[in-house]
Ligand binder design. Sequence first.
Ligand SMILES: N[C@@H](CCC[C@H](N)C(=O)O)C(=O)O
Length: 277
Amino acid sequence: MKLRFSKMHGLGNDFVVIDAIRQQVDLTPQQVRFLADRHFGVGCDQLLVVERAQRPDVDFRYRIFNADGGEVEQCGNGARCFVRFVIEQGLTDKQEIRVETKSGVITLSAQDDGQVTVNMGVPVFEPARIPFQSDSDAFVQPLDVAGTPVAITAVSMGNPHAVQVVADADAAPVGVQGPLIESHPRFPARVNAGFMQVVDPHHIRLRVYERGAGETLACGTGACAAVVAGIVRNLLESPVRVSTRGGELNIAWAGEGAPVFITGPAVTVFEADIHLE
Ligand SMILES: N[C@@H](CCC[C@H](N)C(=O)O)C(=O)O
């Protein structure tokens, strides 16, 4: 089967993006892993599949797959690339787009300066809905990471995040603790592990060990999760500039019950065809 795809990125969090409207696409987890493989395939952190809307009140549906082949609920950098893709591919001429994801409908708007803003929805702190096994709904909770006590904020941005505050993002134990937190038994759906350094109330530095992809150069939902965690912990004030290894995102959140807005770039690198077994 011949598959047309675009290679895109948002701050170096990279994607293979596939139009499943004009071509027949039904990928197996093995094919997703092959496309994501940086040595034997194309290479990406996540694969995005753009589909026709399944309901009248949205413009599209899009699906997100981690490099390990698992389908997930939400992706902040992917959402911005999705917008750039449907506009560049002539699939819409709208500047404001509503799209259905596995975790619900989000609204996205492309700006003239090349930036894209996404309304990522309302963050969820209720442990059962993250899902996080805990009897407490406190914003800061202890987590035993292979014998090391860590204080986390567990939050869902549609997908699950565990955010901890560190003194220095560069020195944070991302490679050691990241995989342990990702598969911690108290997160039954696994989790994205964020390491946030507070620079000042409007600026953080952030690294994220992503579920199903490992450490990425940037994580959009991770940036949203870190900022809301910092705000509920009275460490941050909206808006917040988030410095990742791939560049900068801007996050705005008016507080509990309000949606989180993420603004950042979305870039197309190239388009190509690949033959799949
Ligand atoms: N890179 C993403 C998040 C992708 C999904 C995540 N790894 C998960 O499993 O939830 C982003 O920019 O948000």
